[in-house]
Write a protein that binds this ligand. Structure first.
Ligand code: ADP
Ligand code: MG
Ligand code: ZN
Length: 476
């Protein structure tokens, strides 16, 4: 059996989080009623003219710098001509000849190794509308709200060799874009979309094999499956002596197989030419310098700082910085004079558990850092038990209640009835005379048993350490 190597290059579209579209003033927000964010420009009316949104250039520039690209001082837009119902102008404004960024790289970590993935270029373009095929009525409908939403396309070099590397690369892009505030990069909502170009070649060969391109991948799971499926399909063909045909394929994650969509088109097919409605874009040195100066601390740097500044483990620092919203929550909680380790525990523990359970992203967290700090302070002061704290936190997670007030209103404080606690302790001691004798004769082990009995009677609303001390006092 011959050995084959998989070669993968990615074209990743990222929707930019600008308030308005790339060439008009229409809003970009996701989820509005169909065709409510449209105007003559983004609906392709004849005679309308595009005006470039400066924020798009700024975001593309910042993304390029963070991905170690060279910023071209002059770039330009080109028309990519094709007919499709979601494309009302019959061309898409994109960049072919003079993209804004070139020759960058990112570093990814897989299996404990650092690897560099080259970025061939980044260009700016406009998104198309969205077709909705109603299988029930047999009609197709079109929503132009997305038409003209700004995108950057990040084109990698064919440097990846496995699904693992591809996922690490995509996670890296997500992290960088989110830290920059350039995009929320949600695969499900389509604010990040990856086309996977894949070929195989005999191990040791330097020449690239014929590739296919797979579209319609909207989860990491689908991407991993599609890579495995396509790799096997190509190896099967080659080992039977049959050729791989260069084409675009659509992966169907339900059927776990792909089918040919169209034979691969060439740049020539699109009759690209410079858009005569848009002048060249010139980027000044000052603009680039400002973007460099303003670049926020990214994940790796932040994680290192968490280790050195707060004494967190590399593991905790990694979890906390995976998403900027979580990192922000951590820093804000610590700034409310909470011990870093405790803040980290709540965020990597209960918070991440609930996020996962409810399939939410850290950016959708509703509780405030001040309230988390307050909750931790209540535990520290032995006002509530750890168990109660978790219950209160679950409520905070849903509605951001004030923990202090909530504890008071629901009578959850351990301090509410000192007398009751004392009565319960005395009751437990008189119910267990044998254990009390043993404790008096120095058998420390029964202390835990007696404390447990008290905790049970108090339904967990008591401070175990305090109970132990009280029992000791009473039995000495
Ligand atoms: P096109 O313009 O036709 O889409 P490009 O040359 O721009 O083609 O490449 C698109 C993507 O495909 C890039 O990410 C590139 O790294 C990747 N790619 C190109 N050739 C191969 C190949 N033989 N195997 C795997 N990936 C490839
Ligand atoms: Mg392409
Ligand atoms: Zn518009």
């Amino acid at each position: 059996m011959k050995q084959y190597e998989t070669v993968i290059g990615l074209e990743v579209h990222v929707e930019l989080a600008t308030r308005t579209k790339i060439f008009c003033g229409c809003r970009t927000e996701f989820g509005a009623a169909p065709n409510t964010h449209v105007c003559p420009v983004c609906a392709g009316f004849p005679g309308s003219l595009p005006i470039l949104n400066k924020k798009v250039v700024d975001f593309a520039l910042r993304a390029g710098l963070a991905l170690n690209c060279r910023i071209e001082k002059r770039c330009r837009f080109d028309r990519k001509n094709y007919f499709y119902p979601d494309n009302p102008q019959n061309y898409q404004i994109s960049q072919l000849y003079l993209p804004i960024c070139r020759d960058g790289f990112v570093e990814i970590e897989t299996e404990g190794r650092t690897k560099r993935i080259g970025i061939h270029e980044i260009h700016m373009e406009e998104d198309a509308g969205k077709l909705i095929h109603d299988e029930w009525s047999g009609n197709s409908l079109v929503d132009y709200n997305r038409s003209g939403v700004p995108l950057i396309e990040i084109v990698s070099e064919p440097d990846m060799r496995s699904a693992g590397e591809v996922l690490a690369y995509l996670e890296k892009l997500q992290s960088v874009m989110r830290y920059l505030g350039v995009s929320d990069c949600r695969l499900q909502e389509g604010s990040m979309r990856a086309d996977v170009n894949l070929s195989v070649r005999e191990a040791g060969s330097e020449r690239l094999g014929v590739r296919t391109e797979m579209k319609n991948l909207n989860s990491f799971k689908a991407i991993a499956h599609a890579i495995e499926g396509e790799r096997e399909r190509q190896i099967d063909l080659l080992s039977q002596g049959r050729p791989v045909i260069q084409e675009t394929r659509r992966w169907d994650d339900n059927k776990e197989s792909s089918y040919a969509m169209r034979s691969k088109e060439d740049a020539r097919d699109y009759r690209y030419f410079p858009d005569p409605d848009l002048p060249s874009v010139y980027i000044s040195d000052e603009w680039i310098e400002r973007a460099k100066r303003e670049q926020p601390e990214l994940r790796e740097e932040k994680a290192k700082r968490y280790e050195s500044e707060y004494g967190l483990s590399a593991y905790d620092a990694g979890l906390l910085t995976a998403d900027p919203a979580l990192a922000r929550m951590f820093e804000e909680t610590v700034s409310c004079s909470t011990a870093a380790k405790k803040a980290a525990n709540w965020l990597t523990g209960e918070t991440m558990r609930l996020l996962k359970e409810k399939e939410q992203e850290p950016s959708s967290l509703v509780f405030s850092a001040a309230h988390l700090a307050e909750l931790i302070a209540l535990v520290d002061a032995s006002e509530i038990s750890q168990k109660t704290a978790k219950e209160v936190f679950a409520v905070m997670f849903e509605t951001d209640v004030d923990p202090k007030q909530y504890v008071k209103e629901h009578g959850l404080s351990m301090e509410t009835d000192k007398e009751l606690l004392d009565t319960v302790i005395r009751q437990v001691l008189s119910d267990n005379p044998k254990a009390v004798e043993e404790l008096k004769s120095g058998k420390e082990k029964v202390l835990g048993f007696l404390t447990g009995q008290v905790m049970r009677a108090m339904k967990g609303k008591a401070d175990a350490a305090g109970i132990k001390e009280r029992i000791r006092n009473l039995c000495s």
